[in-house]
Design a protein around this ligand. Structure first.
Ligand code: SAM
Ligand code: SF4
Ligand code: SF4
Length: 386
C-alpha cells in the first residue's frame, strides 16, 4: 500500500475524532461506556455485524477491486508486524460481541491466503454472546483455495461460506479475475464446501454491464434448485482505483426482470433486519414460491441505498475500525491494544465510536461528485474487506 493509498487514521490516543473529543479528557472520554449488549449509533442503528479483514493480499486481480495496474509487483502491502495477530483479533471480537455483535464475517483480500486462518476460526467459534449463544461465523472467499481448505474450516467451527463467482464461462471468468484462474477450480471449491457442510452457501456475482451481464442467466439456471443462494451485486464505486463509471452498473431491477422473464420470481420478505440483499424466490407453476427451487438475492448498493438499517462495522487487517464501506478514515484500535489498554478501555472506545456514527454514504452518493468520498480518499475494498 502506498502512502497515497493509506486511508486516514484516527489515532485514539491523541488526535481523537470529534465524536471522542470531550474537553479535559486526558486519554479517552471520561464518560465510560461499558458493554451492555446493545449499542446504537446516531441514526438508531444497532451494532450487530463485524467484518474482519485478515489480509490485504489476494491471488486474483479482479479489475473492479484490485486492478493489475495499481496492485502490481511494486505495490506495498502491509508488513507482517502491522497485521493484527489472531489473539488480538479475537480479543477485539470478544468486546464487539459484548456490545451486541452476533455475526462475524472473515474477509480480505483473500482470507484463505492468511496462514492458518482456521486457527482464528477456532478461536472465534469459542466466543459466546451475552445470552450464551454461539456466533454466526462465515467467510467470503474467491474459492481458489476452498477445495483444499473446506474440511478444515468446517472442523474449526466455520458455519458457512460465501464464494465470489462472476460467471461460468471460463474465458469470461479468467478475464475477470485477470490472473487466468480457471472457473472449474472454483466450482470444485464450491462442491467441496457443500460436501463439508459449509452451508447454506451463498455465491456473489458482481455484475458489470458490458462485461458479464450475459452470464446472469447461465448462473441463475445453474444454481436454481441447488440449495445455493446466488446473489447479484451492483458494481460499486468502492475505493479509488477501479475507474468506476455509472454506465457500467447494471441496476438490480434489470437483473430481476431478465431472470423473471425465463424463470418466474416472487418477492420474499427480508429474513432479518439489516439484510443487504433483497430476496426473490423461484416460483412454481402456480406462481407460488417453491422452496425446493430456492431463491436469489440482489444487492442494490448503487441504485437503492440501504443505509437505514446498516448494522455493520469493519475491522481492517491492521486493526482500524471503519464504520462504512466508503469511509475515508478508520479508528486505530491496534494502537490502543498495543499500548496496553484494558478491555474496559477498548469497550469504551468502541462504544464512543459507534455512538458517534452517522455514516450513510450510499444514501448520499447521488448528491456527491462521482469520485469524492465524504471528505477524502476512500479506502480500498481489498484492504477493508467486502
Ligand atoms: N477475496 C474474497 C472474495 O472475492 O470473495 C473476499 C474479499 S472481496 C473484497 C469481498 C466481496 O466484495 C466479493 O464478493 C467481491 O466480489 C466484492 N467486490 C469487490 N469489489 C467490488 C465492487 N467494486 N463492487 C461490488 N462488489 C465488489
Ligand atoms: Fe481478490 Fe476478492 Fe478483490 Fe477479487 S474481489 S481481487 S478475489 S479481494
Ligand atoms: Fe452501510 Fe456505508 Fe453501505 Fe450505507 S454505504 S449500507 S452505511 S456500509
Amino acid at each position: 500500500m502506498t502512502d497515497r493509498d493509506t486511508p486516514r487514521t484516527v489515532p485514539l490516543l491523541d488526535l481523537r475524532p470529534r465524536a471522542l473529543l470531550v474537553p479535559g479528557a486526558a486519554f479517552l472520554p471520561e464518560s465510560r461506556i461499558a458493554s451492555s449488549g446493545r449499542l446504537i449509533d446516531t441514526r438508531g442503528r444497532p451494532l450487530r455485524d463485524l467484518r474482519i479483514s485478515v489480509t490485504d493480499r489476494c491471488n486474483f486481480r479482479c479489475n473492479y477491486c484490485m486492478p493489475k495496474e495499481i496492485f502490481d509487483k511494486d505495490y506495498a502491502y502491509l508488513p507482517h508486524q502491522a497485521l493484527l495477530s489472531f489473539e488480538e483479533i479475537t480479543r477485539i471480537a470478544k468486546i464487539f460481541v459484548a456490545h451486541g455483535v452476533q455475526k462475524i464475517r472473515l474477509t480480505g483480500g483473500e482470507p484463505l491466503l492468511r496462514k492458518n486462518v482456521e486457527r482464528l476460526v477456532e478461536q472465534l467459534a469459542a466466543l459466546r454472546t451475552p445470552q450464551g449463544q454461539a456466533l454466526d461465523i462465515t467467510l467470503t472467499t474467491n474459492g481458489s483455495l476452498l477445495a483444499r481448505k473446506a474440511r478444515d474450516l468446517k472442523a474449526a467451527g466455520l458455519q458457512r461460506v460465501t464464494v465470489s463467482l462472476d460467471g461460468l464461462d471460463d474465458a469470461v471468468f479468467r478475464s475477470m479475475n485477470d490472473v487466468d484462474f480457471p472457473v472449474a477450480d472454483v466450482l470444485a471449491g464450491i462442491d467441496a464446501a457443500q460436501e463439508a457442510g459449509l452451508g447454506p452457501i451463498k455465491i456473489n456475482m458482481v455484475v458489470k454491464r458490458g462485461t458479464n451481464e450475459h452470464e446472469i442467466l447461465p448462473m441463475a439456471r445453474r444454481f436454481r434448485g441447488s440449495g445455493i443462494v446466488l446473489r447479484f451485486i451492483e458494481y460499486m464505486d468502492v475505493g479509488a482505483t477501479n475507474g468506476w463509471r455509472m454506465n457500467e452498473v447494471l441496476p438490480s431491477s434489470e437483473v430481476v426482470k431478465l431472470i423473471h422473464a425465463e424463470l418466474p420470481l416472487v418477492q420474499l420478505e427480508p429474513s432479518h433486519p439489516g439484510e443487504t440483499a433483497a430476496r426473490w424466490g423461484y416460483a412454481d407453476a402456480s406462481g407460488q414460491y417453491d422452496k425446493a427451487l430456492g431463491e436469489i438475492g440482489v444487492i442494490s448498493s448503487v441504485t437503492q441505498a440501504f443505509c437505514g438499517d446498516c448494522n455493520r462495522a469493519r475491522l481492517s487487517t491492521e486493526g482500524k475500525l471503519f464504520l462504512c464501506l466508503f469511509a475515508t478514515q478508520g479508528y486505530d484500535l491496534r494502537s490502543l491494544i498495543r499500548m496496553d489498554a484494558s478491555d474496559a478501555d477498548l469497550a469504551s472506545a468502541i462504544g464512543h465510536i459507534w455512538q458517534g456514527r452517522d455514516d450513510r454514504y450510499s444514501e448520499l452518493r447521488s448528491a456527491l461528485a462521482p469520485d469524492a468520498g465524504p471528505g477524502g480518499r476512500r479506502v480500498e475494498m481489498s484492504y477493508i474487506g467486502g
